[in-house]
Design a protein around this ligand. Structure first.
Ligand SMILES: [Zn+2]
Length: 187
């Protein structure tokens, strides 16, 4: 049986539920691009069946900030996803904050933790950014309301000039890190 992964590119392109901004870049543009590239990489493997939250650059989910999140979870449930993988870019007041981290619902989210650890390890190898580890976030809507395992990956910091340029100009490094982590976990 193929593994069904719902790849949530995190944010809408404009209007409501847009992402963070930093160093002249927009989170939603970066997560759109990395998600699309991850989709292309995984599509060549018959072991995976995929759905993107933003199949096109202009896709807008929901009619408000909260319904945009509701719609992502609804789509993943309808798709029958085995994994809800949400892609984001971190942001902090301190511009020196850097690295990749993975958010899961709780310490009992063993599938999400296992996948998150593999992804963080591979992202460290492909991007050179430090591994900030797994963080428990029971309050996050997409982690709390999904019936399937869910993982939210924060790739770098848009507020860090180095991370932001790496994300914007070398999205493939992040897509390949995610891809290799997924292959390692599910093989
Ligand atoms: Zn975000």
């Amino acid at each position: 049986m193929a593994t069904r992964i719902y790849i949530d590119q995190g944010h809408n392109p404009r209007g409501f539920n847009t992402g963070a901004e930093g160093n002249g870049f927009y989170e939603q543009d970066i997560t759109y691009e990395i998600g699309r590239r991850l989709y292309d990489l995984l599509s060549s493997n018959p072991d995976f069946v995929l759905r993107l939250s933003r199949p096109t650059e202009d896709t807008i989910l929901g009619t408000s900030n909260s319904s945009s999140l509701v719609e992502r979870v609804r789509e993943a449930e309808e798709f029958g996803a085995d994994m809800f993988l949400s892609l984001h870019v971190n942001s902090a007041a301190n511009p020196s904050a850097t690295g990749n981290e993975a958010l899961v619902y709780s310490p009992s989210s063993t599938v999400s933790i296992g996948l998150g650890e593999e992804i963080l390890e591979q992202l460290t190898l492909t991007t050179g950014l430090r591994n900030r580890g797994i963080i428990y976030r029971p309050g996050l809507y997409v982690l709390r309301e999904t019936s399937m395992p869910a993982l939210l990956v924060e790739m770098g910091f848009i507020s860090n000039p180095y991370d932001a340029e790496l994300l914007a100009y070398s999205p493939n490094l992040f897509a390949i890190g995610l891809y290799r982590g997924i292959l390692n976990y599910y093989s």
